[in-house]
Design a binder for this molecule. Structure first.
Ligand code: ADP
Ligand code: MG
Length: 428
C-alpha cells in the first residue's frame, strides 16, 4: 500500500499562501543548533512550494515549554539557520498568534517565508483548542503537514488544523511513511530487526510485530537485561524492569514457538561489558554468561574463574559484549533489510580519549555492519530518538538508507498504529 493521502504534488498551488507545519525540534545548546538534520530534511518541501510562487507561514514546536513562553525554546535561531540553508531571507514572528503576527502574515508576498515562534508557548496547542486552531487556520489557504516527528500525538498543529482548512502532506512526511510502510509490508528478505534501548515496556508492540514479521530479531541494550532475568540469569545491579519479566517471558515463548516452526532466530546477548559505575574512568570487564568462550580462551589451559561467566551483584551490564556484537554483525551480513531501533549500550558516556565511549562499542559494530563496512550492505532503516541522535552526532546519517526524523512516530508506525496527523489529511 503506498501513501494514500494527498500531497503537495496532488494539488494546485500556484500563488497560494501555505501554512506549513515543520518539525524544527532540534537540539540547541546555548542558542547554538548542534544538529540541523531535521531542518535540512524540511528543505525539499519548502523549495517545492517556493518554486510554485507560494508564500509560506511555517509553524513548529521546540522542546517542552509546557504552554509558557521560555526563551530557551525560542525558534529564533532556526529562522537564521533556515535562511542560511535556503540562501534567502526568512522573517520571524515573535509569537504565533496576536495582532502583530497577523500583520506580518498579511504582508507576506509570493516567494516569502515567515517562521512563527514556538506553538507550544501556548497551552492551547496541546489541548486541541478549537479557537486556537481557527486563528492559525486564517494564516493560509492550504495546510501542509511535514512534521513526521509529531504526527503520532494529537495537537492543534497536528490533527486540528486540517479540520479548518484543506490539509495535505509535505514531501518529507510522504517519504517517511513510504519508507517505513514499504519495509513493514514488502521487505526484501531476510529481514532482520535489531532492538535495543532502555525498556521493553516502551517497545512491546514493536517487539511483537517484529517477532511476527522478521526472520531474525536481535536484542541489545538495557531491555536485554530484563530478558536475561526472565531466563534466570543474574543481572547484578543492571538496569532491569522486574515488573516486565512476565512480558519478556511471553515474548520469548512467542519467539521460540516461531523458531520451532520455521527459519527464525531470536537472539539474546550472550556476553556483556560490565562495570560498577557508569563512568568513563570505570574499570570494565567482559562477562560471558552463555558461551564461556572468552573465559575459556583466557584461562586456557586452566578452567576459567567463576566470575568470568557471572555478573557480580555490584556490577551492571552497560553494553553487549564482543561475541554478541560479532554474532549480530554476522546476522547483518545475511540480511537484505535491517531495521534498527535502540542503542546496544549506554552510548552517552563519553570516552577518556577519542569519540567512542566505553559502552558504545556494540552500537558502533552494528553501525559498521549495517553500513556495509564488512562487505555486504543491506537496506538499512533506523528509527528512535536516541538512536538517531547518536548516528547524527557521529555524522553517519548519510551511510544509511533511511534515518527517520521521528523517534516516537517511527516506532508507532512500525508497530502498526495509525498516526492522527496523517489520518487528518485529505485522501487521494
Ligand atoms: P530510542 O530513543 O532510540 O528509542 P531508548 O530511549 O529506548 O532509544 O534507549 C536509549 C537509552 O537506553 C540510552 O539513554 C542508553 O543509555 C540506554 N541504555 C542502553 N543500554 C543500556 C544498558 N545496558 N544499561 C543502561 N542503559 C542503557
Ligand atoms: Mg529514547
Amino acid at each position: 500500500m503506498s501513501f494514500n493521502k494527498k500531497t503537495i504534488r496532488d494539488i494546485h498551488l500556484d500563488g497560494k499562501q501555505i501554512l506549513l507545519r515543520a518539525d524544527y525540534n532540534v537540539p540547541i545548546n546555548d542558542g547554538h543548533i548542534t544538529d540541523d538534520y531535521r531542518i535540512k530534511q524540511s528543505l525539499p518541501t519548502i523549495e517545492y512550494l517556493l518554486d510554485r510562487h507560494c508564500s509560506i507561514v511555517v509553524c513548529s514546536h521546540l522542546g517542552r515549554p509546557d504552554g509558557k513562553r521560555d526563551e530557551k525554546y525560542s525558534l529564533a535561531p532556526i529562522a537564521k539557520r533556515l535562511s542560511k540553508l535556503l540562501d534567502k531571507p526568512v522573517q520571524f514572528a515573535d509569537d504565533c498568534i496576536g495582532p502583530e503576527v497577523e500583520k506580518q502574515v498579511k504582508a507576506l508576498e509570493p516567494g516569502q517565508l515567515l517562521l512563527l515562534e514556538n506553538v507550544r508557548f501556548h497551552p492551547e496547542e496541546e489541548a486541541n483548542d478549537a479557537g486556537f486552531a481557527k486563528q492559525l487556520a486564517t494564516y493560509g489557504d492550504i495546510f501542509v503537514q511535514d512534521a513526521f516527528g509529531v504526527v503520532h500525538h494529537g495537537a492543534v498543529s497536528v490533527s486540528e488544523l486540517p479540520k479548518y482548512m484543506p490539509g495535505v502532506a509535505g514531501l518529507l512526511l510522504e517519504k517517511e511513511v513510504d519508507a517505513i510502510t514499504s519495509v513493514m509490508e514488502n521487505p526484501k528478505r531476510p529481514l532482520m530487526a535489531i532492538i535495543g534501548g532502555a525498556k521493553i515496556s516502551d517497545k512491546i508492540e514493536f517487539l511483537e510485530r517484529f517477532i511476527e514479521l522478521a526472520d531474525f530479531v536481535a536484542i541489545g541494550g538495557a531491555m536485554a537485561n530484563t530478558f536475561l532475568l526472565a531466563e534466570g540469569i543474574h543481572t547484578g545491579h543492571s538496569l532491569t524492569e522486574p515488573e516486565d519479566v512476565k512480558m519478556a517471558k511471553h515474548l520469548l515463548d512467542k519467539a521460540r514457538a516461531k523458531a520451532k516452526s520455521g527459519h527464525f532466530t531470536f537472539y539474546l546477548p550472550q556476553d556483556g561489558v560490565v562495570a560498577k559505575k557508569i563512568d568513563k574512568t570505570s574499570h570494565t570487564r567482559i562477562v560471558d554468561w552463555q558461551a564461556h568462550v572468552i573465559a575459556d580462551v583466557e584461562a586456557y589451559p586452566k578452567r576459567p574463574q567463576r566470575e568470568a561467566s557471572t555478573i557480580q551483584p555490584d556490577e551492571s551490564v552497560l553494553d553487549i559484549g564482543p561475541f554478541s556484537g560479532a554474532f549480530i554483525a554476522g546476522g547483518i551480513q545475511l540480511a537484505n533489510t535491517v531495521v534498527w531501533n535502540g542503542a546496544m549500550g549506554v552510548t552517552e558516556t563519553p570516552a577518556l580519549v577519542g569519540p567512542i565511549g566505553p559502552f558504545a562499542h556494540g552500537t558502533e559494530l552494528v553501525i559498521e555492519a549495517m553500513t556495509g563496512q564488512f562487505g555486504h550492505r543491506p537496506y538499512s532503516l533506523v528509527g528512535g530518538g536516541d538512536t538517531v541522535g547518536y548516528i547524527e552526532a557521529r555524522g553517519e546519517v548519510k551511510f544509511f538508507d533511511h534515518v527517520s526524523t521521528g523517534g516516537g512516530a517511527s516506532l508507532e508506525l512500525m508497530s502498526g498504529k495509525k498516526l492522527p496527523g496523517v489520518e487528518a489529511l485529505q485522501n487521494k
